[in-house]
Design a protein around this ligand. Structure first.
Ligand SMILES: *Cc1c(COP(=O)(O)O)cnc(C)c1O
Length: 383
């Protein structure tokens, strides 16, 4: 690409320098970046409408949504976290927020900053929510209107047993809100079958698209409740999004068109690969390779066995080595991992498996990680 003198400075800053194993934004498929470079046109043009409708149709299939609605939003995923509360919980109403890490804590703060009340079921970092605990918590708090669950906790690399948890919530007749930001595209979601009411994701995680687009799925029960909710705001008025999608094949305000084109291309790549099952197998294989490699190096994984995430692995550093030190040393070698996050920041670093990467990239990253850990141990006299 030819750059004018004036753009060189910014290009130097943003040009690709690392192989990415980040928590998001992640590396994107070259086909995605290519389509995102097209010239813009009106989002009310019939060509845009066609892409919008096709993207939603492909997402409905991917997320297994027959009854409810799938909508696209000009925001990051957290916007839909806020929308779930403003549209789906009465003012002053209660939500049971399950917390297994930093993003569960964010959900609690979103509940409270919108004038609703949070009841919390919280675990140590590395643990997943247990269905029997959720059952107990709901017996003790029969007045909650909804249960909030982080499907994949990005700070600890734990995948919650979502189908089992949703089943318990449904037995108590509660709405189920799912933060699937780092799960959507990398872990299976069966929206109708599992009885979910809100599921949201972001473009910049497991779909491998640049940031700026959020994706939400909403059940009929949620939409009926939202219709009656007072002062649900303008920007994230979910029934308004449904109306615009049905009548204008678009969104109430201007959508991030390039990201939507990029997502459409990813969903076509999924189809070409042989469908969702094959695509998700790729994620499983990446995760298994990384976990095995990490254990071979002699490091341990924060997630309790059986609940390891398919999209990100939080690794516990050996005594005397900080997560940041591993992150910096890997960066010097051309690999951008993710720093530890939240309460386990010091003693962990994270390896994202999301977006565009090859199995060869993973092998190369693991070889470098082995050397980095050996070097750090030697430097500190730990070896
Ligand atoms: C990244 C992430 C978020 C925040 O998503 P944004 O798109 O930045 O709003 C929320 N929850 C989880 C689990 C995440 O991984």
């Amino acid at each position: 690409m030819q750059f004018e003198e004036a753009f060189k400075e910014v290009y130097e800053l943003v040009k690709p320098k690392y192989k990415l194993f980040t928590a998001g934004p992640v590396a994107c498929f070259p086909e995605v970046l290519a389509i995102m470079g097209v010239q813009m046109f009106s989002h009310r043009a019939k060509e845009y409408k066609e892409v919008h409708v096709d993207t939603v149709k492909r997402l409905r299939e991917f997320l297994e949504v027959k009854e409810g609605e799938v909508l696209l939003f000009p925001s990051s995923g957290t916007g839909i976290m806020e929308a779930s509360i403003r549209n789906g919980v009465s003012k002053g109403g209660k939500v049971l927020v399950t917390i297994i890490g930093a993003f569960g804590k964010r959900y609690k703060s979103v509940v409270e900053s919108n004038g609703r009340k949070a009841v919390v079921l919280e675990y140590e970092p590395g643990k997943a929510v247990k269905p029997e605990d959720l059952d107990d918590a709901l017996k003790k708090n029969p007045d909650v209107e909804a249960v909030a669950i982080t499907y994949n906790e990005t700070s600890t690399g734990v995948l919650n047993p979502l189908p089992e948890l949703a089943k318990v919530a449904k037995e108590h007749d509660k709405l189920v809100f799912v933060d699937a930001v780092s799960a959507m595209g990398g872990a299976d979601i069966k929206f109708d079958k599992w009885g979910l009411d809100v599921v949201f994701g972001s473009s910049q995680k497991a779909f491998g698209v640049p940031p700026g687009l959020a994706i939400g799925a909403f059940s009929k029960a949620f939409l009926e409740k939202a219709e009656k909710m007072e002062e649900r705001g303008w920007y994230f008025d979910i029934p308004k999004y449904v109306k615009y999608q049905n009548e204008k094949q678009g969104t109430p305000s201007t959508p991030p068109m390039p990201q939507i084109f990029g997502l459409n291309v990813v969903l076509r790549i999924v189809e070409k690969m042989g469908g969702k099952e094959e695509w998700l197998k790729m994620y499983q294989k990446r995760a298994e390779m990384i976990r095995e490699g990490v254990r071979e190096i002699g490091l341990s994984i924060l997630a309790e066995p059986g609940y390891e995430s398919p999209t990100i692995t939080a690794v516990v550093t050996p005594e005397g080595i900080k997560g940041d030190e591993v992150y910096e040393a890997m960066r010097k070698r051309g690999f951008e991992l993710a720093k530890g996050y939240g309460s386990v920041k010091e003693k962990t670093f994270r390896i994202g498996h999301m977006g565009y990467m090859t199995f060869e990239d993973i092998r190369e990253m693991l070889d470098n990680l082995r050397e980095v850990i050996e070097e750090l141990k030697r430097e500190k006299g730990l070896a």
